[in-house]
Ligand binder design. Structure first.
Ligand code: IMP
Ligand code: MG
Length: 181
């Protein structure tokens, strides 16, 4: 049985993702030329985008990873973000680009960004492959974004439902019966 059987609709195809990531890589390579670029991937959702984006960037860059968990499951803008796995690198003087899978309510990044700003990076920006602007609760926007998606739960290209479907090469919507299992 294939995972693809659980997909109702493909919202962003593999080819569309590839083209967009190439464009983002070119833009980031131009914008960060001569800077000290550090790509910070928020695990686990951004791992697929990170792996593609870093190879679309043609200037020197270092990478690091972070695991965060939000209390209140992103329902409340006053919720806290707990650092489960911190960065290895010092941010002083770095030009940090946070790499995310999706900007949904924005609660996670609206908490995380100020926490990282306290570490004195030279700059800090956000790059997300997907954006769900209709769901935003926190006052935050991405500096680089791939595709806006409607207010539907999406999976694939790193995004999961119950830790599955991250390895789908496209972004899609699950069939309703999958949630009823
Ligand atoms: P936030 O609501 O912007 O704080 O989003 C936090 C996290 O929720 C994202 O980084 C995703 O990992 C997850 N998330 C939000 N929307 C979806 C979705 O449609 N599918 C899968 N994960 C999602
Ligand atoms: Mg997630």
């Amino acid at each position: 049985m294939s995972m693809h059987d659980d997909i109702q609709e493909i919202l962003v195809s593999e080819a569309e993702l590839k083209e967009k990531v190439t464009q983002l890589g070119e833009q980031i390579s131009r914008d960060y030329a001569g800077k000290n670029l550090l790509l910070v991937s928020i695990l686990k959702g951004s791992v697929v985008f990170m792996a593609d984006l870093m190879r679309a960037i043609t200037i020197p860059a270092s990478i690091d990873f972070m695991v965060v968990s939000s209390y209140g499951a992103g329902t409340n803008t006053s919720g806290l973000v707990k650092i489960v796995k911190d960065l290895d690198q010092n941010l002083a003087g770095k030009d940090v680009l946070i790499v995310e899978d999706i900007l949904d309510t924005g609660v996670t990044l609206s908490k995380l960004k100020p926490m990282l700003e306290l570490r004195n990076p030279n700059s800090i920006r956000i790059c997300t492959i997907l954006d769900k602007p209709s769901r935003r609760k926190a006052d935050i926007t991405a500096d680089y974004q791939g595709f806006a998606v409607p207010d539907e739960f999406v999976v694939g290209y790193g995004l999961d439902y119950d830790e599955k479907y991250r390895n789908l090469p496209f972004v899609g919507v699950l069939k309703p019966q999958v949630y009823q299992k």
